[in-house]
Design a protein around this ligand. Structure first.
Ligand code: PGA
Length: 222
């Protein structure tokens, strides 16, 4: 059975007390874990919450990995306010790069995303590289790509599984073979229609992952 990636992007939500509540609710996952052997669950909280998530995952031996939502395009140094890949590696193994909310709100260019990817890889942080269509460049060394059409993000209006599959196969028919995830208005009702497609290796979930119980339902149905 091939591996299915289920990635939660908690975006810029939750203070520590809310994150603790989320984690306590998410603990219910323990009762299903034996059935989830082929599922790779990756949770991406805000920087401020990564230490909490990391300790909780270790203390409870959860079969879950963590990711950051952003990484500095610079290595460590005099870059006030930045969080670099080496610092992140203390807490997580993955990082989202190229999310449309960053490309659009923070003017992240393909050149900048290339630098972020390079530094992530230097410190063994696996980039989950987001593209919005099949014309976006994918930097070298990327293994996991998330196809997230902007119209589908947070809109309740997902792409069709057939179109998402088509885009995924066209991305993969270039030189490289990637694990391609679909993201955009995924919920527990529609997740299975995406993960069953031959060219889709998993899903990236925003809004619906903010509720731990709903996230567990998504994992079950993926
Ligand atoms: P959404 O967001 O699930 O809320 O549509 C997906 C994402 O932005 O990664």
């Amino acid at each position: 059975m091939s591996q299915v990636f289920i990635v939660a992007n908690l975006k810029s939500y939750k203070i520590e007390s809310e994150a603790k509540k989320w984690l306590e609710e998410f603990l219910e996952i323990k009762s299903y874990e034996s059935k989830f052997e082929n599922k790779k669950i990756i949770i991406c909280p805000s920087f401020t919450l990564l230490p909490l998530f990391s300790s909780f995952v270790k203390e409870n031996s959860l079969l879950v990995e963590l990711g950051a939502q952003n990484v500095s395009p610079f290595d460590e140094g005099a870059y006030t306010g930045e969080v670099n890949a080496r610092q992140l590696k203390d807490y997580c193994n993955y990082v989202l790069v190229g999310h449309s909310e960053r490309r659009n709100n923070f003017n992240e260019t393909e050149q900048l995303l290339g630098k972020k990817t390079e530094l992530a890889l230097k410190y063994q942080l696996m980039p989950i590289f987001c593209i919005q269509n099949n014309n976006n460049d994918i930097p070298q060394g990327v293994n996991i790509v998330a196809y997230e059409p902007t119209f589908a993000i947070g809109s309740g209006n997902p792409d069709t599984p057939e179109n998402a599959d088509l885009i995924s196969s066209s991305v993969n028919s270039k030189e490289n073979k990637y694990n391609i995830l679909y993201g955009g208005s995924v919920n527990s009702g529609n997740v299975g229609s995406f993960t069953k497609m031959p060219n889709i290796s998993g899903v990236l979930i925003g809004g619906e992952s903010l509720n731990a119980k709903e996230f567990i339902e998504i994992i079950k149905n993926a």
